[in-house]
Every structure is written in C-alpha cells, then in structure tokens.
Design a protein around this ligand. Structure first.
Ligand code: NAP
Ligand code: ZN
Length: 365
C-alpha cells in the first residue's frame, strides 16, 4: 500500500506536524492512541487537531471542524489509519468522506489485526486517494505502547534505572539519592508524564520515600506499590493522594491494620491471590492503561523481566563509583548461569544527558 515514490518532503513535514500535535496529549489518551491530524488546502494548513483523551472526539474530527468548508478537496494528514467502526464516536473515515476530503496521507495502519486496513479500504471505496506509511517509523514509535497493548492484551512495560559506573543503584546502606545529575532526573520526570502508571516495590518505599510524580512537567501517572508484607511506613509521600492517586497491591489478608490506615488516606488497596508483576500488569490492563514504568529495585525488576512485564529498558549511567560488594545492582537473579545466555537488547541507542549516559533498547524475546 505504501507508495514512497509519491511521498514528498512536504508530506513528511506534515506528518511530523501530526506527531507534534499528537504529543500534546502524551500520557492522557489511554487506552486510545496518540493521534494528530492536519488538513491542507493548496499547500496551506487550514485545520489541525489531536485526540485529547478517551471519550473525546478523534483528531480527524477536530481538524475537520477547524477546516470547515476548506476541507472540500483538501488533503488530510493523520499519523494513524482513520477508524471505520462505531466506537464512542462515529467512524472518522465516514466523516472524511462526508467533508469531501480528496486525499488522505496515513502514517501507519491500525495495529489491530481485526480492523487493520478497513478504514483505508473504506476511503478508497469512496474514491479518496490514500497514501500509507509516511514517516512510519516515527509513527510506530510514538504509539509503541498502544500497539503493544492491542497485540498482547497487556500494558507496555518500561524499566528505568540509574546506576553508577560500577553498576550499583544504591550504596551498601541502601542510600541512593542521587545517582544521576539534575538533567537526567528531569528527563525521568518527563518520562513519567508520558506513562500511565509507575511501579515500585515496598523496599523502595521504605528506603527512598519517593514521590513518583512528573514534578509539574505534565500529567502524573498512577502510582503503584507492590508489597507482600505491607510492612510500610505510616507516613510516606505516596500516601498523599489529594492530587495524584496511589494503588497498593498486596496479598489476601495481609496486615489489615495497615490496609485500613492506607485506605483512610485515599490509597486504593488491592489484594491479589498471587502478587506477581504479571498479575499486576493484568489488573492495570483491565483499568485501560497502556504504558507502565517500572522504577523498582533489582529484586522486583528481575521478576518483572522474567514474567515478560518489561519490553523496553532505559538505563542511566552516572560517571561515579560507589563500590561495595553487597551494594545493589539494577537487576537481581534471573537464573542465568552462562554469559552466552545473557538477555540481549535490540534497537539500542545511547545519548548523553548532562554528565550522564542514557542507553535505551528493547528486550529481545
Ligand atoms: N537507582 C535506581 O534507579 C533505583 C530505583 C529503585 C530503587 N532503588 C534502590 O533499590 C533498593 C530497593 O531494591 P529492591 O530490589 O528491594 O526493590 P523494590 O522496588 O522495593 O522491590 C522489592 C520489593 O517488592 C515487593 N514485592 C512484591 N511482590 C514481589 C514479587 N513478586 N517479587 C519481588 N518483590 C515483590 C516486596 O515488598 P515488601 O518487602 O514490602 O513485601 C519487595 O521487598 C533501594 O535501596 C532503592 O534505593 C534504586
Ligand atoms: Zn476515528
């Protein structure tokens, strides 16, 4: 369906504009994708829009509204295939046809195999010219969590950690504030604003008393704690739930007094018969979440990796050395005994963030 020979640099520029518009709703659209749309008439932008959140109109509808009569005979750019089914809103493919749009440039097809291509087919059947696959890699990247959720019926898991040059995430005492410098920490706040939930284990709450918000940089993710013992502090930043919600997952009948104490402060407490990363991800999927940021220590991280709850790794490496034979490292025991069995990453990139290094990649499965 892709016709790269017909794609101009103007098309690519307009698709990038769609992605910029879509990003305005980062972290707010779950379970829906991030979508931006631009209407162009005679080389000029006459309407723009993005999907702000689930239940609101789709990006195409906002862009068509803004364009008004000038949508007639225009080209619509949109980073995801227009929908063709009745969801909470009528199909966008029909709205485009009704508005008289003559050409639609699509970044990527709908990842849901059951509907993939049907919006495009509907447009083509109505005589609309369709080009697919413009800036596709960037479109896929922006919606990687949405795609993963659709294909695997699980949220997309990102494991982020910060370690010293000698591979430690804390000193032998457990003290860890701070491994990286301010620019890296600010990037983590941004990352949180693009995620739907952030998870830590009980030990991280006891040792670090983290806040786990975006520090005003944008949307705040749901804060999630996994604790088997509920041996947690009575006072913690995570229990202040007036502005940002917190959920604590535990096991049945554990420490009812603490459960009650947490609930009184507005913390939701969920008992799972088996408290595992996979079971928590399943619950978060049922809540409609798309992207989950694991900010836990090595014990929980190892379990999350073993249970396929982590797809992407973000490792910050700080140019400092703390030493300590028992100082914790980012990932606990995976049961691997030979280096030849090491988990490997693909699509690896690295960049410097202030003094620190950020390595990103995807776990190969
Ligand atoms: N530099 C960094 O990027 C970074 C990030 C996070 C943490 N840290 C450091 O890491 C240390 C804590 O490491 P940690 O490995 O103990 O991390 P953790 O994030 O506290 O995870 C372990 C805890 O998770 C809970 N848990 C619930 N279900 C579990 C399951 N199925 N498997 C394993 N754990 C489960 C347990 O809490 P209960 O004991 O309450 O039952 C357990 O103690 C701290 O020193 C902290 O400062 C550093
Ligand atoms: Zn739509």
């Amino acid at each position: 369906m892709t016709q790269p020979n017909l794609v101009t640099s103007f098309d690519r520029q307009m698709m990038q504009r769609c992605l910029t518009l879509a990003r305005q709703a980062l972290g707010k659209t779950a379970p829906n994708p991030l979508v931006g749309a631009v209407v162009v008439q005679a080389g000029e932008i006459v309407g723009e829009g993005f999907h702000p959140q689930a239940g609101q109109p789709h990006a195409e509808v906002f862009a068509l509204r803004a364009a008004g009569d000038r949508a007639q005979g225009a080209t619509m750019y949109v980073n995801l295939e227009p929908c063709s089914h009745y969801g909470r809103t009528p199909p966008c493919a029909d709205a485009l046809i009704a508005a008289g749009v003559s050409k639609v440039v699509v970044g990527m097809v709908d990842p849901n195999p059951k509907v993939a291509g049907s919006g495009i087919a509907r447009l083509q059947a109505a005589g609309v010219e369709v080009i697919v696959g413009v800036e596709e890699a960037d479109c896929q990247l922006l919606n990687e969590a949405f795609v993963h959720r659709i294909l695997h019926q699980r949220p997309f898991g990102i494991f982020k950690y910060a370690m010293t040059l000698d591979g430690k995430i804390a000193a032998t005492t457990g003290h860890s504030a701070w491994v990286t410098s301010p620019p890296a920490r600010s990037l983590v706040h941004q990352l949180r604003s693009s995620c739907d939930a952030v998870i830590v284990g009980g030990n991280t709450v006891r040792r670090d008393d983290p806040l786990l918000t975006s520090h005003g940089l944008g949307h705040d993710p749901l804060r999630v704690v996994m604790s088997r013992t509920l041996n947690l502090p009575l006072e913690a930043q995570l229990w202040q739930t007036q502005e940002v919600a917190t959920v604590v997952f535990t096991q049945p009948l554990v420490n009812p007094t603490m459960q009650h104490h947490l609930q009184k402060q507005g913390v939701e407490v969920i008992e799972l018969s088996t408290l595992t990363p996979a079971a928590v991800m399943s619950d978060l999927y049922d809540r409609g979440l798309m992207s989950v940021l694991w900010e836990c220590g090595g014990t929980l991280a190892a379990q999350a990796i073993l249970e396929n709850a982590v797809q992407k790794i973000l490792a910050f490496v700080a140019p400092k050395i703390i030493g300590g034979v028992t100082a914790p490292s980012p990932i606990g025991d995976l049961g691997l005994t030979e280096m030849t069995n090491a988990l490997t990453l693909d699509r690896v990139t690295w960049q410097s963030i202030g003094m620190d290094l950020l390595i990103e990649g995807y776990l190969k499965r």
